[in-house]
Design a protein around this ligand. Structure first.
Ligand code: FAD
Ligand code: DHB
Length: 389
C-alpha cells in the first residue's frame, strides 16, 4: 500500500489530522492498535478551547458539538469554604466549551467514514522503518497477515506509550519530566452537576474537581495517593470523601448515583524535544503530557495538529518545506506555555505530601493573591481559555 501520510494512532490527534488532510486531498492511512470500541470506551478530557472548536469546524465534524455542547463563561475556585467565580467573559471576553473527548472521537470517526478514509483498527506490531531517509515505511500485522505502507511522512499520534517516540534514537531527543506524588481518582455519573460551572476545590484533605459532560452527566475527581486502587473506592466512599472537601452548600447539591466509570490517572509533566525526526513528526501525547488540572492535554494535541496540517499543506501545495521545518519550534512554543500553566494550577490547588508549613503558607498566599488581583485572574483566564495558535 502507498499513502502520502501514515498516521499512527486513532486518538483525537490522529483522527483530526487525518480528517483535515483528507479535506485538502492529501491521502492518509490511520493505524490503531486497539478496536474502535475500545478507543471510545476511554473517558478523558471534557473542556475544549474555542481554538480547538475552530479546528473541528475546519475538519467539518463539529455539527453535533455546536448542538449539544455547553458554553462556560467561567469557572469557580473553592478555597477556605468559599466559592470564588473567575469570570472569563468579563475578564478577557472569551469562554470554553464543555464536550467530551469521547464525543469528539465519535464525531471524527463518523467524519472519516463518510469521507472514505482508511483506518485499520487492531493493527498489531506497528513498526516504523527508514524514518531518517527519504522513503519511510510502516509495517504492521492485521488479520494475521504482515502488511507494509510506503509513505512520504509519518505522523506519530500514538500517545505517551506509543511506538513512534520509541523509534526515534534516544540521542536525538531531549526529554524533560516531572512526576507528581499523587493521582486523580475520577468517576462519571448520570446525575446533574452540582453547579452550572466547574468547581476547582483546594482543600486540606486534597484537591477535588466537580466537572460535567452535560446537564445530566457529572464528572468528579479527587486527588488521591499513588498507591490507591479503584477497587477500594466504592461509590459511597467516593461521595463521602468528595462531600468532605466541599463547602456545605455545594455538598447539599451533590446527587450521588451509580458510577458508570471509575479510574485512577497518575499526574505527570513531560516534553520530548524536538517533535520531528527526519520524516516522522510527533503529535499530541506522543510528544508531551500535562497534568490534567489545566484541562490542556487534548487542546495541545489539537494545536500540534494545526501546525503539522499547515506544514503538510504548504509542502504539497507550494512545494515549500518551511512549514514542516518550523513545526517543532512552533508547537513547542505553545506546549511549554501550557506545561507552565498546568504545572502552576497543579501546584496551586493540590496538597503535596512533602510540603512544609512555609510551602503551605506560600500556596495560601498565592491563592489569596489570585482571587483578589484582577491582573492575576485575567492571566489565569487567558491561559485557561487557550493561548493563541
Ligand atoms: P491518545 O488519546 O493517547 O491516542 C493515541 C492512540 O494511539 C490511542 O488510541 C492508542 O491506542 C494508539 N496507539 C498507542 N500505541 C500504538 C501503537 N503502537 N500502534 C498503533 N496505535 C497505537 N486531558 C484533559 O484535558 N482533561 C482530562 O481530564 C484528561 N484526562 C485524561 C485521563 C487519562 C487516563 C489520560 C491517559 C489522559 C487524559 N487527558 C486529559 C489527556 C488527553 O486525553 C490527551 O491529551 C489526549 O487524549 C491526547 O490525544 P492523542 O490523540 O495525542 O493521544
Ligand atoms: C475535566 C478534566 C480536567 O482536567 C479539567 O481541568 C476540567 C475538566 C473533565 O474531565 O471534565
Amino acid at each position: 500500500m502507498r499513502t502520502q501520510v501514515a498516521i499512527i494512532g486513532a486518538g483525537p490527534s490522529g483522527l483530526l489530522l487525518g480528517q483535515l488532510l483528507l479535506k485538502e486531498g492529501i491521502s492518509n492511512v490511520v493505524l490503531e492498535r486497539q478496536s474502535g470500541e475500545h478507543v471510545l470506551s476511554r473517558i478523558r478530557a471534557g473542556i475544549i478551547e474555542t481554538g480547538t472548536v475552530e479546528l473541528l469546524d475546519a475538519a467539518g465534524v463539529s455539527g453535533r458539538l455546536h448542538r449539544e455542547s455547553l458554553i462556560h463563561d467561567g469557572i469557580e475556585i473553592a478555597f477556605g469554604g468559599t466559592r470564588h467565580r473567575v469570570n472569563f467573559r468579563e475578564l478577557i471576553g472569551r469562554a470554553v466549551v464543555v464536550y467530551g473527548q469521547t464525543e469528539i472521537t465519535r464525531d471524527l470517526m463518523a467524519g472519516r467514514e463518510a469521507a472514505g478514509g482508511t483506518t485499520v483498527y487492531q493493527a498489531q506490531d506497528v513498526r516504523l522503518h527508514g524514518i531518517d531517509g527519504p522513503h519511510p515505511r510502516v509495517t504492521y500485522r492485521s488479520d494475521g497477515i504482515e502488511r507494509s505502507i510506503e509513505c512520504d511522512f509519518i505522523a506519530g499520534c500514538d500517545g505517551f506509550r506509543g511506538v513512534s517516540r520509541a523509534c526515534v534514537p534516544q540521542s536525538a531527543l531531549t526529554c524533560y519530566e516531572r512526576i507528581y506524588p499523587f493521582g486523580w481518582l475520577g468517576i462519571m455519573v448520570d446525575k446533574p452537576p452540582v453547579s452550572d460551572e466547574l468547581i476547582y476545590v483546594s482543600h486540606e484533605r486534597g484537591f477535588a474537581l466537580c466537572s460535567m459532560r452535560s446537564r445530566e452527566r457529572s464528572r468528579f475527581y479527587l486527588q488521591c495517593n499513588l498507591e490507591e486502587r479503584v477497587e477500594n473506592w466504592s461509590d459511597e466512599r467516593f461521595y463521602e470523601e468528595l462531600a468532605s472537601r466541599l463547602d456545605p452548600d455545594t455538598a447539599a447539591h451533590l446527587q450521588s448515583g451509580h458510577s458508570i466509570e471509575k479510574s485512577i490517572a497518575p499526574l505527570r509533566s513531560f516534553v520530548a524535544e524536538p517533535m520531528r525526526y527526519g520524516r516522522t513528526f510527533l503529535v499530541g501525547d506522543a510528544a508531551h503530557i500535562v497534568p490534567p488540572t489545566g484541562a490542556k492535554g487534548l487542546n495541545l494535541a489539537a494545536s500540534d495538529v494545526y501546525y503539522l496540517w499547515q506544514g503538510l499543506v504548504t509542502h504539497y501545495r507550494q512545494g515549500s518545506e518551511n512549514g514542516l521545518e518550523d513545526y517543532s519550534r512552533r508547537a513547542l512554543a505553545r506546549v511549554w506555555k501550557a506545561e507552565r500553566f498546568s504545572w502552576s494550577m497543579t501546584s496551586l490547588l493540590h496538597r503535596f505530601p512533602e510540603s512544609s508549613g512555609f510551602d503551605r503558607r506560600i500556596q495560601q498566599a498565592d491563592l489569596e493573591y489570585l482571587l483578589t488581583s484582577r491582573a492575576a485572574l485575567a492571566s489565569l483566564a487567558e491561559n485557561y481559555v487557550g493561548l493563541p495558535l
